[in-house]
Design a protein around this ligand. Structure first.
Ligand code: PGA
Length: 262
């Protein structure tokens, strides 16, 4: 059984000092769980100091973004190759990047390739907008996003990639409302079916698929209990150490129940 992944997306919050304070609080309140991986995604600026401070048995780090070229005259950008030793993961294709920074399907594809090329595991976010949902286009959107984003990914690499069903209409930034667990379940199942079509059954089973969007400590268990859901991407609730620690604890409880059943 793969580890449950709980990812904290701190977005453009917390300077280096504040991030360090939050890390220390999390460290106090989160226990090491064998079957759970807790990933923190601070700002790019904070990745480096945090990489020296974290207890690596407890936390991994993710970048929230990077540029797809490895180096060159790209003023203001940071490449995946520069993040090689700092981040294990990188969030790619987040709705805020697609919507606010006009990242299109091909940009997301190139970032996924660049991450893999540099030994960083993509946490690839996919999902439809509210408008696309209203038009009944959800499956088509997921299909297009996945097929393009994964087009340079080999069957060897796919099993390491993390996929997240995080539609724009569920994210607090966009005044989202959380998906119902059965909506998340259907989408996760569809995402796996797309991986199956592209890479076969083994890959579809191995790939980790998370849910994201308005997750808090009240809702976490409902999603984690969904069959096929391997974890959560948490935004605003991850800025509160108590809430985030509760989410991790919920994941441990759900894992324990599954183990007892097996
Ligand atoms: P939210 O954000 O939990 O605040 O909705 C999730 C995300 O954007 O990753």
């Amino acid at each position: 059984m793969s580890k449950t992944l709980i990812v904290a997306n701190w977005k453009m919050h917390l300077n280096t000092h504040q991030a360090s304070i939050l890390l220390h609080r999390l460290d106090k309140h989160i226990k090491i769980h064998r079957d759970i991986e807790v990933v923190l995604a601070p700002s790019l600026l904070t990745l480096q100091p945090l990489s020296l401070e974290i207890d690596k048995r407890k936390f991994s780090l993710a970048a929230q973004n990077a540029y797809f070229k490895d180096e060159g005259a790209f003023t203001g950008e940071v490449s995946f190759s520069m993040l090689r030793d700092l981040a294990d993961y990188a969030i790619i294709g987040h709705s805020e990047r697609r919507i606010y920074f006009d990242e299109d399907l091909e940009t997301v594809r190139d970032k996924v390739s660049a991450a893999v090329r540099n030994g960083i595991t993509p946490i690839l976010c996919v999902g439809e907008t509210k408008h696309e949902k209203a038009l009944g286009e959800s499956k088509q959107v997921l299909h297009d996003q996945l097929v393009t984003a994964l087009s340079n990914i080999t069957s060897e690499d796919i099993e390491d990639i993390v996929l997240v069903y995080e539609p724009q209409w569920t994210i607090t930034t966009f005044d989202g409302t959380p998906a119902k667990p059965d909506e998340a379940q259907k989408a996760i199942k569809f995402i796996r079916s797309q991986v199956r079509d592209l890479y076969g059954d083994k890959a579809a089973k191995a790939v980790r698929v998370l849910y994201g969007g308005s997750v808090d400590d009240q809702l976490a268990k409902g999603y984690l209990a969904v069959s096929g859901c391997d974890g959560l991407l948490v935004g605003s609730a991850s800025l509160n150490y108590q809430t985030f620690a509760n989410i991790v604890e919920s994941a441990a409880e759900v894992q324990h129940k599954v183990e007892v059943k097996v």
